[in-house]
Design a binder for this molecule. Sequence first.
Ligand code: OAD
Length: 249
Amino acid sequence: MPAVSFPPSLLERLRHADRVVVLTGAGISAESGIPTFRDAQTGLWARYALEELATPQAFQRQPQLVWEWYAWRRALCADKQPNPGHLALARLAQHIPQLQLITQNVDGLHQKAGSPQVMELHGNLNRFKCFEQQHPVTSWAETGPMPPRCPRCGGQVRPDVVWFGETLPQAALAQATAAAQRCDLFLSVGTSALVYPAAWLPQLAHQAGAWVVEINPNPTPLTAWADVTLAGPAGQVLPALLAHTWPAA
Ligand code: OAD
């Protein structure tokens, strides 16, 4: 990676920021070995059809196929570890009085890295609920047909992730929106900024007067208007950004 230079004005703002919002996407977990969705060749949506795997209709049509695809993704993520990008964000929480970390990821790596109060906008691969009634389901016998059945209503169990065509958890979205509207600095890390409503958040922050900083090796719709773009992998840029901002820490 060519050395990323950090504008002194950014370091100054970050050092004195009271309220920072960080929005992460699949790119932050790429260096942990978890594929993104939209990167050409390696992205999940380059290899699989999202309408056959990540919609409620797909689950109704082919519950076993969808269940198995998510079981494969769970297994893929199970042994993955946070990378220096996740760890830098966990450390950032110790410097900023009010840091809200919002993630579109479902892999749990921010929690594994030690970030407090992670807001998961798209759910979590390791949480389950029944399709009809949304009852939380925590265990089932691995021997029977898959997907398993809800012990309360008998409905089919699905991963508690947000599928296309579904609404986001409303309380989390309201909290994320409020945080974006009152932050001093908004960091968008490793997201293509294409999927709404998450992609509104940096726009709301910008309209409310916050600085928007993007960390991504590739351009996105945000790049044209972000206050600062740090073009590089999050696992390198974030630790360097912290080291430049708080050299003695
Ligand atoms: P995408 O796959 O759309 O975008 C990943 C972004 O990460 C791209 O802009 C890459 O350039 C960037 N990237 C790749 N490697 C990186 C690295 N090492 N450091 C920093 N950035 C890197 O993933 P998301 O934006 O997360 O939704 O996608 C948003 C949503 O679309 C996901 O949450 C998922 C998906 O369909 C649902 O499942 C509901």
